[in-house]
Design a binder for this molecule. Structure first.
Ligand code: UT7
Length: 327
């Protein structure tokens, strides 16, 4: 008789989100940008985006999302071992925005920001899962929070119409389990290719008065890599867990463009009722897009306990990543 090894698993214990109050439709945007609702909808699927007011900082939105996730989890802030905040738009170069969130929540443990652009949330989930599996910490908060409106060039219609602001958070609870089918993160798969850094980047940095930094993107090149790399990362995640495409209940992809999402869904043979889409409502919120989409689909009851979730994202770096999670 072989003894079964108990291992730590990171379970999704609570999900929360925050969206800025200012909702801007394509038609409203077309009053100040040389664009149209028809172009934006046809090329991207985006109908509207939320844009942050001055008080809706990265820390403010991240804190709101984390508070909601903590409340749902029933875990006390003091019992949090780590806060990992994925963002490309921190409020300051330092301290990390995550430490501002830690203070606002009265949380324990340690906190840091993680920079992996639109793949940031899945990267952060991978880091938190590793910390929990290793026994270093028990519970964590993983957050994606972005204020891209502050790094957009509002004179560049090729990029400024694509993005929105917001935050989403997941509280992870470490649970001992010897059952591979029990709830928790099954695996995460992280990749980057720095040689592609110049197809999507910010041409400056916080604190550089000469160059505060605007987002620059070669959309066609990013599009090409997005479908190919995310499809590979999905196959990798399924193979690592001996699962088939048909085992997936819901894919929650990064929300950059409806055409990219449809392309991946088609490759996977997933029906429309198996893919969560929020790009129409939120536009591209970078690291926040996956937890925001998760929050929407959990709140409306589409995603249920026991479901197998496939998360996948690609962003500047290039960075890309996938994760399989049993709810
Ligand atoms: O989140 C990180 C990952 N990011 C992504 O995954 C984004 C990937 N890329 C994309 O989603 C698409 O490439 C875009 C939506 C960014 C652009 O779509 P596209 O079909 O590649 O359009 P394009 O950039 O080639 O532009 C086509 C035309 C151009 O006009 P001409 O040169 O054909 O006359 C643009 O000037 O559309 C024009 N255009 C616009 N027209 C109205 C570009 N932006 C706009 C606009 N409104 N906002």
């Amino acid at each position: 008789m072989t003894a079964r090894m108990k291992t730590m698993r990171a379970q999704f214990a609570g999900v929360g989100s925050y969206l800025p109050e200012n909702l801007v439709t394509n038609d409203e945007l077309a009053k100040t940008v040389d664009t149209s609702d028809a172009w934006i909808r046809e090329r991207t699927g985006i109908r509207q985006r939320h844009l942050a007011a001055p008080h809706e900082t990265c820390a403010f939105m991240a804190t709101r999302a984390a508070e909601a996730a903590l409340a749902q989890s029933g875990i006390a802030a003091a019992d949090i071992g780590a806060i990992i905040l994925a963002t490309a738009t921190p409020d300051q170069a330092f301290p990390a925005t995550a430490t501002r969130v830690q203070a606002a929540l009265g949380a324990g443990g340690f906190a840091y920001d993680l920079s992996a652009a639109c793949a940031g949330f899945v990267y952060a989930l991978g880091m938190a899962d590793s910390l929990i599996r290793s026994g270093a910490i028990r519970n964590a908060i993983v957050i994606g929070a972005e204020v891209y409106s502050r790094i957009l060039d509002w004179n560049d219609r090729g990029t400024c119409v694509l993005f929105g602001d917001g935050a989403g958070a997941v509280v992870l609870r470490g649970v001992e389990s010897d059952d591979a089918a029990s709830p928790g993160v099954l695996s995460t798969h992280l990749h980057s290719d720095g040689s592609l850094g110049d197809i999507l980047y910010v041409n400056g940095a916080v604190g550089r008065r000469d160059l505060p930094g605007h987002l620059v993107m070669n959309g066609r090149e990013v599009f090409r890599h997005a479908v190919a790399r995310m499809s590979e990362a999905i196959d990798e995640a399924l193979a690592a867990n001996n699962l088939a495409r048909t085992d997936v209940d819901w894919m929650i992809p990064h929300q950059a463009n409806r055409r990219i999402i449809d392309g991946i869904g088609k490759k996977l043979g997933l029906g429309e009722n198996q893919v969560v889409i929020t790009v129409d409502q939120h536009a591209n919120t970078s690291a926040a897009s996956i937890p925001l989409a998760l929050a929407v689909a959990m709140a409306d009851g589409r995603i249920k306990p026991g479901n197998l979730l496939l998360l996948v994202a690609l962003g500047g770096g290039l960075t890309w990543a996938s994760a399989l999670v049993r709810l």
